[in-house]
Every structure is written in C-alpha cells, then in structure tokens.
Ligand binder design. Structure first.
Ligand code: SAH
Length: 362
C-alpha cells in the first residue's frame, strides 16, 4: 500500500521521508520538491518528477502516491456550475461544486460524509454522519477541480486569471466537528509555495460550534461564515438544532471575539429565507440589532428545495424587502443567486448515497 502525499502537512511529509530512510540532511529539500510537484505543478504521479534522480524517484514511487480519488460522476448545470461525486473508498462518497462567476470562481468543498446536525431545511442533514474526511480527502477536492479546469502550469492560463479563486467550506458536513483535518487542509490550500489560495479567499462556514470558534481563529485563520438563519432561540432551536447546545447569545459572543475582524475582514451571516418562518420585517430589524457592532455582511440565501423538504422559499419580494432593511442599517446584504439547482448542486442540496455500515457488516 502506498501512502498518499496529498494532505500531509509539511512536517508530516518530512516525517514520512525520514521513515522511508532518506538521509536527514536531504529531507527538508526533498519535502520542498515534492510539495512543489503536488501543489504547484499538479503532478498525479511521482514518476513525472524529473527534478529527482531516477533511483530516488523509484524509491518514492514505491512508498507514496499523488493519485486522485475516483470521480464517480460529473454533472454540469445550465448555468455553468459543475458538481463532482467523488469516491474515496467503498461507500465513502461526497460532492464538490464549482461555481463560476464573472469576477471569481468558487469551489465549495465538503468536510464530512453526511452530517450530525440535522438542520431542518438542509438535505445533507438527512444523511447520517458516515465519517469525517481526512485532510487528504479535503485537499484532493481542490486538486480534482484544478485538474478539471485545466489550471496547472503549462495550460495557457497564468496566475492572474485563475478560474478557481475562492474556496468555501460549505459543502457536506460541519467543518468545526472535523477540526484538525480541516485545519491542516486549509493550511495546505493556503500555502504560498503551493496552491496559494489566500486565507482571505477561503471561507469556513459553521452552524455555530461555539467552543471551536476561537481555535478556528487561531489555527485556521480563514474568513468566517455563520449559519444564523433565525434571530430568536425559539425558532433557531427548531431549524438549527445545534442551537439548543449553543444558543444565539453564546454564538454572538464567540463571533465578537473572532480575531482580526474589521471592516475589510467581515464575518458573513448566512440567512436562509424560509417562507413564513424567519422572513418578516421584524426578523430583519431584530437581526440588525443582534449583530450591532460586529463587522458583518449578511448573505440572504433563497431556500433551495429538495425532495421531501418541509419548507418553501420566501417570495422574492419578501427577500428583497428583508435585504432592504438590513442594507439601510449599513450592512451589505447580497441575495445569493441560486446556482446549480437543476443538478442539485445549490446550498443545502448536497447528499451522497453513503451510509454507515453496521459493525456486523464490516
Ligand atoms: N455545516 C456548515 C457548513 C454547511 S454550509 C454550516 O452549517 O454552516 C451550507 C450552507 O447552506 C449553510 O449556511 C446552510 O445552512 C445552508 N443551507 C442548508 N440547506 C439549505 C437549503 N435547502 N437552501 C439554502 N441554503 C441551505
């Protein structure tokens, strides 16, 4: 069995090279060469690493791999959105979505197979947690997208007109319930000698795992998005059950303490617009009061339906009226255009068939 190099931290990579017996004084340099092969050149096999002597190449090839996970299927939306179903192991499948826009291209990656949170309006929430993704599996989603977009050196494109400019951890799963793997993956994706996606262009979205927010600030340092979705505990308890554990007041206190917030580095509040549930003018005014003093923008998300979903999307005029109130209070309040709905790739629509196998079946 070969060990995947993708997803190892720099220290982890060096440790692996030491383990297979590379001379101590060469380890750091070799780690740098392999990092470059994996993340700057996008190599899929160690055999291509012509900067290394043949014997060494063969030695590395025998122990390690840069191979990609299996792409089970790819779908393309009429609006250009692309969705891949990836298989990391038998029964371990997640979805990854690329959303091209005029001024940017955003890759939405998953952090878990399934989810534990059971948010009432979310399709992924109907899929039980199968397991956390490893750092390898999180980073591999980015490599798959870069492969598909033909975005490695040698292609005509240069670094000034990248297609993939932003990453959001808004796919399947709750990233702060898979902290170490997400942290390592983000730090690899942001590494300036590799994929080089700046942390200001990486957004981690959480439903509000309060005790992990401070650590996320210190050890991950990406932009932060909070799935708020309601302004009172009564309603939030129902639609985001995690609220019963970490109510709104505690969530707000944790966000206020998130390091580095400023007008140039604002927190994003995600707010899914559910007809008759959380979409009134009074809700909008309460929202403004709630976040007073926090550098914020509000992302209004039209509810995306899925088979059997118990809610309806608020009317467009209602969403606009809500946004207007928030906007007049001085906050940017863009309405997130639903993308990829026709291929079930929009927010909250992702799901895979993976189920946790019972111990007896293993
Ligand atoms: N667990 C994290 C990451 C998922 S992000 C979190 O909750 O933030 C996915 C975003 O899409 C979240 O803001 C989620 O609340 C939102 N969402 C879920 N289902 C949705 C739906 N059906 N329509 C619109 N947005 C939805």
């Amino acid at each position: 069995m070969t060990t995947p190099l993708i997803g190892l931290t720099r220290e982890g990579l060096a440790a692996e090279l030491t383990r297979i017996g590379l001379p101590a004084k060469t380890v750091k340099m070799r780690a740098g060469q392999l990092w470059n092969a994996a993340y700057t050149r996008g190599q899929t096999s160690l055999g291509e690493t012509t900067t290394l002597a043949k014997d060494l190449r063969a030695q590395l090839d025998a122990h390690f791999t840069l191979a990609r996970p299996e792409i089970v299927s790819e779908q393309r939306s009429g609006d250009g959105t692309r969705k891949w179903l990836l298989r990391f192991a038998p029964g371990i499948e997640v979805e990854t979505v690329f959303i091209p826009e005029e001024d940017r291209g955003t890759l939405c990656i998953s952090s878990q197979v399934g989810c534990t949170l059971t948010c009432r309006f979310c399709h992924t929430g109907t899929q039980k947690l199968v397991r956390n993704l490893t750092a390898h599996e999180i980073v591999a989603q980015v490599l798959i997208a870069k492969d598909a977009l033909n975005e490695w050196p040698g292609a005509q494109r240069n670094s000034d007109n990248r297609l993939l400019t932003n990453i959001v951890l808004m796919g399947m799963g709750e990233p702060l319930y898979n902290f170490e793997n997400v942290r390592d993956a983000v730090n690899i994706i942001a590494d300036g000698e590799g994929l080089s996606v700046s942390k200001r262009r990486i957004t981690l979205s959480t439903a509000g795992v309060v005790p992990m927010i401070a650590r996320a600030g210190q050890e991950i340092g990406s932009m932060l998005a909070i799935s708020l979705h309601a302004v009172s505990d009564d309603i939030r308890d129902v639609i985001v059950p995690l609220n019963k554990k970490y109510p709104i007041k505690e969530l707000l206190a944790a966000v206020r303490a998130y390091p580095g917030l400023s007008n140039a580095r604002r927190v994003t509040w995600e707010y899914v617009m559910l007809k008759g549930v959380n979409d009134s003018d009074a809700d909008a005014r309460a929202l403004v009061r709630l976040i007073a003093g926090i550098p914020s923008k509000i992302n209004l998300i039209p509810f995306n339906p899925w088979p059997g979903s118990p809610y309806e999307c608020a009317d467009w005029a209602r969403i606009e009226a809500f946004g207007e109130i928030v906007n007049r209070a001085g906050y940017a309040s863009p309405i997130r255009t639903p993308r990829g709905r026709d291929i079930m790739a929009a927010c909250g629509q992702l799901k895979s068939e993976s189920v946790k196998r019972r111990a007896a079946v293993r």
